[in-house]
Design a protein around this ligand. Sequence first.
Ligand code: KG4
Ligand code: ZN
Length: 332
Amino acid sequence: MRILGIETSCDETGAAVVEDGQHITGQALASSVDIQRQYGGVVPEQAAREQLKSILPVIDSALKQAGDSGAVDSIAVTVGPGLVGSLLIGVETAKTLAWVWNKPLIPVNHLLAHFYAAWIDSTPPAFPFIGLLISGGHTDLILMKDHGVWEYLGGTRDDAAGEAFDKTARLLGLPYPGGAALAQLARRGDSKQIVLPSPMRKSENYDFSFSGLKTAAVRLIDTLKPLKESTRANIAACLQETIVEVLVAKTVRAIETYRVPTVIVAGGVAANERLREVLRETLINHKLSVDLHIPPPGLCTDNAVMIAACAYYLNRPVPIEQVQADPSISLR
Ligand code: KG4
Ligand code: ZN
């Protein structure tokens, strides 16, 4: 079964053809990040305008790669959460194609879909699993019992993990989105030279809070200005270490509490090397023999492959006229 996935929740325009929820046969992604960079963040209307230009060429390219005149069995589209103007472009395009081609249309929750990147070219993860979703807009911890069946364990009370990376990166003069650049800078730093607060690290729940960390970084940077190159690197290292430690601590506690066989870490921040390293080490130290799935970096950040894969396993088509963009859906 071949599913065409369409993803336009934020600033990217993605299309992909995925076979049986596991194999990519066509994939295309257009990003307007160069434009966002000039503004230091995503300007919603600008993002939507760029998506309008690229949506058809991107879909065409994914279908051409898939060959066989691109015939697909179903169409899947991100309906939320995200920027409403951006979502509408994907949703309305998908509805039109489903109507013209007379194909089933499957609406997909973008957040849930992030976990399905772990099914691509991999042994299917076993249920139940602890899922940690860490992206630019979300930080959520869930217990996933079966396809589409989950219990919400906790999440951020303010900023998302990616937001903390991006905002601090900006203060350190790094280009948007700064997560990967901050991680690069952190390699040259020593996290122990700086002290930053770690809110909720020891709290007995699965919630997170990153806004205090960001405020502390702002104050510190103001106090230490002008920053020496070594201080910049130390701040980056300490911020990364603080975020990684709290994410790993709560994930490991959830694995121990629910005794799951599997853990999946997904979303843009899952591309972070230090996070991968600390999580692996902590699982070994705690003698937890869980199957750890972290998709390759290209499938951690937003893409249409995960949308098509998620739709395959959920397999819940909805009548075209009932499919609507919903910017506020969540995992809660
Ligand atoms: O999942 P994603 O592509 O978009 C959302 O759905 O938000 O995540 C983007 C986020 C950004 O905040 C970006 O800075 C962060 O992922 N990110 C990273 C790394 N690569 C991307 N954060 C830390 N380390 C990285 N290597
Ligand atoms: Zn995302």
